[in-house]
Design a protein around this ligand. Sequence first.
Ligand code: ADP
Length: 549
Amino acid sequence: MNVRLPRLLYAGLLALVAGLFVVTFLLNRNQYEASISSVESSFNAALDQQAKILRDEIAQQEENWFAHHQTTTELDADLFIVMRNSVVPSCIAGLLATVPAQEADKAFKQGIATLPNPDALPFFEQAAKRVVETPDDLYRKISAYFNMLELDNKVQTVCCILTLLDLSNVSLPESQTAFFNTLLEEQVPDLGIIKARTSSLWKTARRIDQKLKRQKGAYRAVIDGQTLSVNENGLALLYSPDIQATPPILVTNAVPEGLHEEIVPGWMAYIPGAVIAESKQKIRKQYRTGNAILALMIVLGGLLGGGIAITSKRQRELNAMKTEFIATVSHELRTPLSLIRLHAESLCHERIPPEKIGQYHRTILTETERLSGIVNNVLDFSRMERNKLQIHLESTDLSVLCEHILDSFHFRLEQDGFALERQIAPGIVTHADPLAFSQIVFNLLDNAIKYSDEEKRIRIELERSAGQIILRISDWGIGIPDKLKKRIFDDFVRSDDSKVTARRGSGIGLSVARRLAGEMGGAIEVADNQPKGSVFTATVKGNDEAAGG
Ligand code: ADP
């Protein structure tokens, strides 16, 4: 029950946090959609506004141009007029006015046959207004215009002649058409330009005409990006508003009062698509950034949660290890203590054969050494845990110290049948903590003995090299698997191998040794021995001053 409750609590908390994130994601999404639609509506409002301005502008143009046409007819005005049920450019609309045939005849007679004469102008004008019904009428009318060419505005007159030649319902015989064309080419230098202009005016007129056939009364439409306005009197205006770019965006279908609109000018209101896209892009970016931050928070939250879970698991494991450690250490202490007690009691109470007395003393001594080794490890470890470990560096002869420790191991090695190879360079003096160094040697040697197998052989070397003191202890024992090599210097780490677990140990010997070596400016590492076993190499900072001593 105790275990289940926090688990349920964790699960509940997890669900709550996950729910909060989901809600936040949804809120972010809602905010995004609202922002996007607000951008669209604000741009639509702007477009409506633009459409209104455009419509006002067109209305103004219509007013000006239609009023203007009451007083004058200009060639350049894009103004058309509906006459006899068809649309013609307003500048040549006057051609179709009717005049008495007599006047035309007079003009013809005085005209093409005679030389230009300013007094003849009114006659020519009258003749030009004559309704053309037969090829003869047309011939006379064109002839009258040719006379006017010398006297009147050339461009307008040429337009009239061209119109009559090309577009009239009545056709001249080919010879007469050729005759007039030759005359035109002789007399009009800019004929090409005027021809083009006239034919484009007529083309537009025909298109407007087609539209008008489908419409009744005044209306407004769009032709090729220009607005076409037609008033009640059949006057048509083509106007090009200043459209910034295509494609414009249709934003409104509101039909304004007055003219009937076939296609509303709102069609022309324009906001570059890129501006809208940019604003939307910005909102999208904010949305994504929001999501990314949320995702990051989830990851961080997950890591934090995971970290806490791992830490608490590690804490539990450490607690379990410590409990086991206490049990192991107690057990380890008990064995040498019992041996010491047993042998001491025997020495006190029993009659021991004299040859055995020495052996009893040696056992007591060996076990006392082991006891103090274990106790020192525990004390050092405890001090290290509390950051209370203090190293006292003093000039120390490590060679002597080493020999001394080996002597204290002598009986144990001898008893267990070990062959010990010593290669201890004499007179290695440096600044070191003798107790710490002894503890390192003790721990490494103790392990070498403990983890040896059939081949009971140990080599110990001490030398100075490249400013460092090197202590190397090699055994031909059970060896250490590669993946364990990195971890054996950590607290409480022991191999699961039955060969290891069968031997006594608390898992702190190497960790203490490594930290002590570190305190003395050195380190410890392990490598495989050949053909089997392990080689532990501990270094201690060499002190040059003491090197000679
Ligand atoms: P322990 O009290 O277990 O000996 P140590 O910290 O001294 O603790 O050693 C940690 C582990 O490293 C040991 O349990 C063993 O698995 C391995 N080990 C240490 N020294 C040797 C060695 N000379 N040969 C093989 N394994 C060793």
